[in-house]
Design a protein around this ligand. Structure first.
Ligand SMILES: C[S@@+](CC[C@H](N)C(=O)[O-])C[C@H]1O[C@@H](n2cnc3c(N)ncnc32)[C@H](O)[C@@H]1O
Length: 223
């Protein structure tokens, strides 16, 4: 099956109160021209006074949010932020979090490539990039999230010892990730234990597994 046709989603728009609680919309225009007017990606700015000291984990391209929701349920002492561009996926992620009344997860609609100015140095305990779009055309490949700049920005945003986990079923993208990671400074290479078999599945992880495609994981640790 072609990559772009993995099922159509029927999703209900969350009510106003649920959207206000779980969804933050950061328009590209404002991210581009006036990022200083927007809240930063930190526990303090996004989770209110009672959770402002909790560690923060970030998922980039969180899609329908299964991974984050499961982690948020099993780690109530940690805050989780999921970023994605696709509004219907985020509506589904939001409704999953609202059904469970989670108070430690928030979803951000934004282009992650424009979000760098809102990241706070040394603020993330972990960051996940799970089954990112590999891009079919050369132009799309140039806009891949995992890049030299991505590694630099994530290095700055992670705490020392913080983990960056990237998982993909796409072999060429994985080789490129490893190549970029080997060239980047300030990272240690961890074995796969940062994303083991007990890690919660993502929607695309399950879909590809069901079609017999295996995935590779790269876990980097900030030195
Ligand atoms: C193949 S899906 C994987 C979703 C989820 N991680 C999973 O494994 O089920 C890739 C996701 O990345 C999102 N995405 C692609 N480019 C993005 C960008 N520049 N900023 C934020 N999200 C992006 C897409 O909207 C899509 O939801």
């Amino acid at each position: 099956m072609p990559r772009g046709k993995l099922g159509r989603m029927k999703v209900e728009t969350p009510d106003e109160e649920t959207a206000r609680r779980y969804l933050l919309w950061l328009p590209g225009e404002r991210l581009h021209h006036e990022p200083e007017t927007l809240p930063r990606i930190s526990s303090q700015a996004l989770f209110g006074p009672f959770r402002s000291d909790a560690p923060l984990e970030l998922e980039i391209g969180c899609g329908t949010g299964e991974f984050l929701r499961s982690r948020a349920e099993s780690r109530p002492g940690t805050n989780f932020v999921g970023v994605d561009l696709h509004v219907k996926s985020l509506y589904r992620a939001v409704s999953g979090a609202a059904e469970r009344e989670l108070d430690n997860v928030l979803f951000v609609r934004a282009d992650f490539n424009l979000l760098y100015p809102l990241l706070v140095p040394e603020s993330l305990a972990a960051a996940y990039l799970l089954f990112p779009d590999p891009g079919m055309k050369e132009r799309q490949r140039r806009r891949r999230i995992f890049s030299g700049r991505f590694l630099q920005e994530m290095h700055e945003a992670l705490e020392t010892g913080g983990r960056l986990v990237a998982v993909t079923d796409h072999e060429e993208y994985f080789c490129r990730m490893v190549e970029l990671a080997e060239r980047a400074e300030g990272w240690g290479l961890a074995p796969d234990e940062g994303f083991d078999d007990s890690a919660p599945q993502t929607r695309f992880g399950s879909l590809w597994e069901g079609r017999g495609r295996s995935a590779n994981a790269l876990t980097l640790v900030k030195k």
